[in-house]
Structure formats: C-alpha cells, structure tokens
Write a protein that binds this ligand. Structure first.
Ligand code: ADP
Ligand code: MG
Length: 482
C-alpha cells in the first residue's frame, strides 16, 4: 500500500474467576436465568461498598509477568463516569493512571498497559413487529461487575494479518495462563482496533465479534481510508462499528462527541501494592511454558515441522497429549533391540491430529474428554511401527479404543487383527495370487510396475487385510524375477 497503515489494539478479556470483581456474586457467563447472579453491590445500590477480588488482580499480574511488563509498585482503581442503562452505578470502576501492568511485548508489538475493570450488564432489545418507540429493552445484570482485563498495545501493528496473529497469540497465552477461556464468540474476548493511514486521524473499530472479523474489519477500514485520501478528502477521527452482515464499517460517533469521563480515584478502594500482596518472583518462576517457547521446543526436540508444532501448541491439551505419547514411544523403543523402521513420531502426529481428533469431532465431544490415553495411542503406533498391524487394522482398533478406552493390543487379539506372521500362509497366498492372475504376473515381468501393486492388493484381500504390504511386495518380486 502506498500509505503506511498504523494499527493499535485494545483487547478486553473476561477473567475466569469464581466471583465478580467487587462482590461475591458468581461470575458465571453460562447462567441462563436473567439477573440471578446479582447483589446490591453489582446492582449499584447506594451505600454499598466494593471489595477487590484478589484472584482477578493475581491473574492480571500473571499476564503482566508473562508479557514481560512492569508490575506497578502502587496501583489503584478510578471511577470512569458515564451513563448507560447497563451500568447502574453511573460509573465504571476502572484504572486510569496507575494500571497494574505497564509495558511488555508480544510478537514485536509493544504493550502499553494492562489494567483491570468491571464489565457492564447486557441489554436485550425486543425485536417485535412494533414501531421502535413501543419495543421494550430488557436488562440482564448477570454480567455486570465481572472482572474485565483491558490490554492496550502501542500502535506498532502494520497490517490486518499482523493484528489477527497478535490477537490469536494473546488468546493462546491467556488460555495457557489459565486466566480466561478468551472465546471471542462468547464475548469473553473483545478486540477493538484503532486504524489510521500515514499517522493521520484514526478510526476506532468496535463490535468485532470473531477472529475472522478482526482481519476483515481492519482490511476493509484500511481500504476505506485509502479511498477517502485518494478522493482528496480527510479521514474523520471517529468510532466506527463493524457490520458483519454487510462486511463494512459504519460511522457510530465522531470524536467531537467524545465523552469526558471525569476520572477520579475510587474513594471506596484503597491503592494497593502488588509486590506486597504477591510473591512476584515465585509467580514468575511458576509461569507455564508459553506457546512460542513450546512451538520452538516441539519443532527442535520432538523433530516436528513448524506447522506441525504450531498445530499442536494451538491447544494445550493436544500439546500435552502429544508430549506424553512421545515419551511413552521413546520408552517403548528403548526396550527393543531392533531399531524402529518407520518414523513413529510422524505416525503419532497423524493418528492424533487426523484420526483421533476426527473421531472426537464426529462424536460431537470435545477432544479434552477422550477416553484414549496418550500411552495407549503410543502403543497403537508402536504396533504399526513393529509391523504387527497395518493402517487399516490400526484405524479399526483406534475406533474401538475411542469407544472403550481399552488398550490396542487387547483389541487386536480379541478381534484377530494381527498381521499374519506365519510365512507359510503368506507365501501360499502369493503363489495362489500369481496362479489366479497370470496376465498381471506376465505384465510385471515385462516391466509394468502397476501390476505389482495390483498383485499385492489381491494378496492383501486373501489375507483379509492382515498382510504387510512391504513384505508382500518383496515376496512377489522374488517369485517373479527372471
Ligand atoms: P485515544 O485516547 O485518542 O483513543 P490513545 O492514545 O489512548 O488514543 O490510544 C488508544 C489506542 O489507539 C492504542 O491502542 C494505540 O496504540 C492506538 N493508537 C494511537 N495512535 C494511533 C494511530 N495514529 N493510529 C492507529 N492507532 C493508534
Ligand atoms: Mg484511550
């Protein structure tokens, strides 16, 4: 693009605490009954006092440590005043000039700050066939007061793709840290993008409700601003909404109408010193391995390609499963005298990421709940690598394992799926196939390679799929040479 795009993100995440930010009403986003998880504090009754949810503060500190930010020596809450029906107090408790975290970095994008605030309730607009003036709007305060973490980046992002990758990586990190499920579709993670060209006035994009929309909204807005500049007009400094149906941004309000929030320190909550409440050094040491480090280690140590590593690390349960299965495979290999011929790690990757995940997806259950233990998947792969079963048998056995959780060897024996190792039986099958298919045998002798494949296939049928294709291939070659 001939203009230089500048993008900065503001990302809100609902933290996975048991109770709300300033009271002990439950933080349960699954609650269907409206206004069930409420109390005088989160309903904004006069005269009540908020108390700080320590778990929420700890989560933000954890995020700050993971992103290499500086944990504030003294942090405090402030009131951000504005009126809206989903905000019964008339102000939101947020943090203004002393956020919990300052600085940090992720994917070469500088983090400006990470702070803590409370979420608002939800408005439900009635969609009746009534004139607008007669439609009711309902308010559900179950979400009012749940802890919301806001992360603000510096305007270091240069493209829609980079913004999307940042948001995805942040989601992975938040999940690895266990602070949020950060599901955009459920509104647990909300991304706002500030977009400008050539450092001109920026548009702040709101209502982006999926990862896909993060990319599309920014890409659309960059094109729109480019069009404005090329017409010789000026880009407005404004807030724009993303219309997912029309795949367009639209003007919501200009910054001339910008709020004056009259921030002032929350008088009901004392400033606090994170280092006095938490042992920051211990917290830093106890951070889990983060996705970037895990991807590098998986690629190097576990000898995976980068896309393979990325695919596993995307889901921590999957990554842990793979790692446990790999160590089981290694343990099994050590017990053997003969070297394993095939590449069992790749087999493991394939059986895990396509077959097992496929079975889980088809059954509608989350992979997290699979009955198949990593050790048993490794065992299955070991049976394949040892030539005890072929891929068809492996798939049948895995299906059974998925249903019962049983170990593959038991299933193999019970179902008689073991590859035939009786040489006599195999040689007989080969001779029979040659006798029954003289033309194919002749063709192969004359140099037609495809005929060998056909003969192997016939022998496999005779052996009910329990033959070893490599071995059959060798036998046919021997029988038919010269
Ligand atoms: P404002 O208060 O005017 O909305 P801030 O300086 O508070 O602006 O920044 C809010 C967000 O906008 C941050 O994520 C920041 O990175 C981003 N931002 C700041 N300047 C620009 C710009 N020129 N273009 C795009 N994003 C910007
Ligand atoms: Mg701002």
């Amino acid at each position: 693009m001939k203009y230089q795009p500048t993008i900065g993100l503001e990302i809100h995440t609902i933290l996975k605490t048991r109770t709300k930010m300033f009271c002990d009403s439950l933080n349960d986003l699954e609650e269907k009954e409206p206004n069930k998880n409420t109390c005088p504090v989160c309903l904004g009754h006069p005269g009540v006092l908020p108390t700080i949810n320590k778990q929420a503060v700890e989560y933000v500190v954890r995020v700050g440590l993971a992103l290499g930010g500086k944990i504030a020596e003294v942090s405090k809450f402030d009131r951000k005043n504005y009126f809206y029906p989903d905000l019964p107090k008339g102000y939101q408790i947020s943090q203004y000039d002393q956020p919990i975290v300052l600085g940090g970095e992720l994917l070469n994008v500088r983090i400006r700050r990470v702070h803590l605030e409370e979420d608002a309730g939800r408005l439900l607009h009635e969609l009746a066939n009534e004139p607008t003036s007669q439609r009711a709007t309902y308010v559900d305060f179950n979400r009012a007061g749940v802890p919301l973490m806001e992360l603000v980046t510096e305007p270091d992002i240069r493209s829609a793709e980079q913004a999307l990758e940042f948001a995805r990586e942040l989601q992975r990190i938040l999940r690895y840290l266990g602070v949020s499920d950060a599901d955009m579709e459920k509104g647990q993670m909300r991304v706002e993008a500030n977009v400008s060209l050539d450092m001109g006035p920026k548009a702040e994009l709101k209502n982006i409700n999926s990862f896909k929309a993060v990319g599309s909204a920014i890409a659309y807005e960059l094109e729109r601003q480019k069009g404005v500049l090329e017409r010789g007009d000026k880009v407005e400094y404004e807030t724009r909404g993303w219309d997912d149906m029309k795949q367009k941004t639209f003007s919501q309000r200009s910054k001339e109408e910008a709020h004056d929030y009259r921030y002032f320190p929350e008088p009901d909550l004392p400033p606090f010193e994170p280092a006095k409440i938490f042992d920051l050094e211990t917290m830093r040491n106890e951070l889990p391995e983060l996705p970037a480090a895990k991807r590098t280690r998986f690629a190097q140590e576990l000898k995976l390609t980068e896309p393979q590593a990325a695919m596993l690390v995307d889901n921590k349960t999957l990554a842990d499963f793979f790692e446990a299965a790999v160590s089981e495979l290694a343990a099994r290999d050590e017990l053997k005298t003969s070297a394993v011929e095939k590449e069992p790690r790749n087999l493991l990757f394939n059986y895990l990421t396509s077959d097992l995940i496929g079975l889980a997806a088809a059954s509608g259950a989350a992979f997290e709940h699979t009955k198949v233990k990593p050790e048993r998947l490794a065992h299955l792969v070991d049976l394949i690598a040892d030539g005890k079963i072929g891929s068809r048998q492996a798939k049948d056995i895995l299906k059974k394992m998925f249903e019962t959780g049983e170990d593959p060897e038991t299933i193999m024996q019970a179902e008689g799926l073991e590859t035939v190792s009786d040489t006599g039986e195999i040689e007989e099958a080969v001779r029979e196939v040659i006798a029954e298919n003289p033309k194919a045998a002749e063709d192969y002798k004359k140099g037609k390679e495809a005929s060998l494949q056909f003969l192997v296939g016939q022998a496999m049928r005779k052996l009910k799929g329990r033959g070893d294709p490599e071995q059959l291939r060798d036998l046919f070659k021997q029988e038919l040479k010269g």
